[in-house]
Ligand binder design. Structure first.
Ligand SMILES: [Zn+2]
Length: 303
């Protein structure tokens, strides 16, 4: 028993030594970036995501242990736009100098502006913080910009894997093209107007011709005043919104109150994904799951 336990401990130490020597250790800040890079890199890469499943990057508080996962990182994959600015002091604390890939900075991404009056995180790069960070929720931006940029970056970090990454990129691009068609089919013949808990869905809405009637909180934690809630309820009635979109990472309390007032349902959408739920454990799976949730929420809404 004792010897077995000692072996287990030795095994764990070896495993952690192997992990810290991992030459292709990638650290995405948020789960959906982790889903994309896992799907692309397969078993050639080691991926550890900073924001755990079930947590929101908007209100994430890094722990000292997060510094450790950065020490061995070769590549940080971040969103930008103030969403995951908390990674910069972590990098400084880890005195790590990994390469960085920032979604909103990628050529061709064409970020949307942040909503006027929306929450702006304090930070050194003020202009960047006026962008809407949720670009990963547009499968076409992921297909045309993020996936090719990541494949090129992985090939540069790991030249012997170049052909594997290129093949993986091409298969992924084909899946994303099919996903786009499937989302369009899923949302066809539905209403177009939706009311979301927070302002995550503008890239998705723009791509699929949906109309955001309003959001309860522009960024999580910014609770609306009663007056703002009243105005939102009027807009929701005018648009015949038949459901309010909530998210697993955020408290539904205010949405529940508003849904009672309006006599509408709550429908869960998920901007992040969750590796422990098979339906949301890949990027394409997650986005189809979201499209189906939108379709339920758009039943009966104004066209
Ligand atoms: Zn968000």
């Amino acid at each position: 028993m004792r010897a077995g336990a000692a072996l287990l401990v030795a095994g764990a130490a070896l495993a952690s030594a192997a992990a810290s020597a991992e030459p292709r250790r990638l650290v995405p800040t948020i789960q959906p970036l982790g889903l994309v890079v896992r799907e692309l890199g397969g078993d050639r890469v080691g991926v550890s995501v900073l924001v755990p499943p079930g947590a929101s990057p908007h209100i994430f508080e890094p722990q000292p242990s997060d510094v450790e996962s950065l020490v061995a990182a070769r590549l940080i994959i971040e969103v930008g736009g103030g969403l995951d600015g908390w990674v910069h002091p972590l990098l400084a604390a880890a005195s790590a100098k990994p390469e960085r890939l920032t979604l909103l900075d990628l050529p061709g991404l064409e970020p949307l502006p942040a909503a006027p009056g929306g929450h702006v995180d304090a930070g050194p790069h003020d202009a960047a913080h006026r962008l809407d960070p949720h670009a990963w929720l547009d499968p076409i931006r992921v297909r045309d910009v993020l996936v090719p940029a990541l494949a090129a970056k992985l090939a540069a970090l790991d030249p012997p894997g170049g052909a594997a990454y290129a093949a993986s990129r091409d298969r992924f691009v084909a899946r994303l093209t099919a996903l786009d068609a499937e989302i369009r089919a899923t949302l066809a013949d539905h209403g177009r107007s939706f009311l979301a808990f927070h302002g995550a869905w503008r890239y998705f809405a723009k791509r699929y011709d949906l109309t955001e009637v309003g959001v309860i909180e522009e960024a999580p934690g910014e609770e609306p005043t009663p007056r703002e809630l009243g105005a939102l309820a009027r807009r929701a009635r005018d648009a015949r919104v038949s459901a309010i979109l909530i998210e697993p990472q955020l408290s539904p309390r205010i949405a529940q109150m508003l849904a009672r007032d309006l006599g509408v349902a709550l429908v869960t959408v998920d901007p992040s994904g969750d590796p422990s739920d098979p339906a949301r454990a890949s990027y394409t799976g997650l986005m189809l799951w979201n499209a189906q949730a939108f379709a339920r929420a758009l039943e009966g809404a104004a066209r």
